[in-house]
Design a protein around this ligand. Sequence first.
Ligand code: PNS
Length: 168
Amino acid sequence: MRTVVLPGSFDPFTLGHLDLVRRAARIADHVIVAVSHNPSKRGALTVTQRLDVIEQTLAAEGLTAQASARALPSGLLVDFCREVGAQTVVRGLRSQLDLAYEEPMARMNDHLAEVDTLFLLTSAQYAHISSSLVREVHALGGDVADMLPPASAHALGPCPRPTGEDAS
Ligand code: PNS
């Protein structure tokens, strides 16, 4: 059984991420969506909330046989890959900027444990969507619902500051 790991912060899990899960599931027998916790990043959702969102989304999309969600323990990604029996990491590429960020990590994971990284080019309709921009738009009162699966939009909640309303 070929298992692949799709790691990321997923804060929040977007339609671009869901598209990657679907496409990775066409290549592998099982996709583990591994949710990382980065204490230096100010997040919108807790890891537990992100896992709930991903599990609800996989269920809603009929993907539970092909994909599952796990918290990524602190430590090396390659150690997690070994633990779950995966030899391949999947990452999405929206642009050449993403490749510049990804290339050293992919080479390091290969060096450490011969874990390959399979890059999927982000589908064009999602190429402008990143979790960080979604968080920013949402925090400034913009509507992000059409960039997210329903469970993700629900977890983020209503805009904290509706457009046009001055906090001062
Ligand atoms: O969505 P993100 O925040 O860009 O995901 C980054 C992630 C989780 C893929 C990256 O931080 C990672 O691989 N973390 C595991 C730590 C690790 O193994 N580092 C050394 C090898 S690159």
